[in-house]
Design a protein around this ligand. Sequence first.
Ligand code: 5RP
Length: 296
Amino acid sequence: MADLEGMKVAKDYHVDVPFANDKGFYVKGANALDWGMKKRLAHIFNPKSGNTVMFAFDHGYFMGSTAGLERLDLILPKLVPHVDVLMGTRGAIRSCVDPGLASNKAIALRATSGSSMLQDDLSHEVLAVDAKDAVRMNADCLAIQTFIGAEGQLSSLDNLSKAINLGQQYSIPIMGVVAVGKEMERTPRFFKLATRILAELGANVIKTYYCDDFEEIVAACPVPIVVAGGKKLPEKEALLLAYNAIRGGARGVDMGRNIFQSQNPVEMSLAINKIVHEGYTDQDAYDFFRSEIGKR
Ligand code: 5RP
């Protein structure tokens, strides 16, 4: 391990210079991966836009039933047709997603568990889904929560590395999920550290949060970043978040509450698609969102 003495502060991110190792496959950092890995990544990231709209409904794995997800059986059929990727637990997907309706949807399978809202420290989890069940679920990636800077840092990075080892064996990409617990600061410094650690450990996709200096975080991360929506915002603000993330170099969003807690979740998912895949500005997407309300 390099000694920390005299460490220079990183500052040259060349944010205006595109990722160099992009010859051959359009997903960042995936050039040298196996065919199966590339095929699954191509199922996640639209080959035309290079981006993805992940709909996150895995909150129940530690929150139980949360507002907007009280009835998975009612909300999922409405939203599945309008997103690219279903980010959920195997329990939710097996019990409430019609495989026919999801036939052309990618699956980002929540594969860690072990925490609940009854605890203060949520950072101790286990790798709960084995590779064979991930294959049975036809998962296109496994989502692994990581807790950089928290008590559970070591065990969560051990879960990530175990998942990456299995992912390499079965050609299933791994998405490293940056958790922001109570103590963990939501600063560019934290997100730069966390996203880079996960990528260095071998994660093929990183899910993190939008923040200041986001372009530097993207430039320093050699694999694609998708941005979580976080707590529910007014739709206009959530669309601005999505727009800023894509403009800053994110290859998509992984939104949950800002879709399923919207009064108009279908229209919200359609508007997010406009930003992620069709280059809409936040204002254009919001105008589109308003124009779609009442049509269905
Ligand atoms: C919940 C998660 C969610 O996948 C992630 O936070 C995205 O959901 P939201 O947009 O609601 O934050 O990790 O455990």
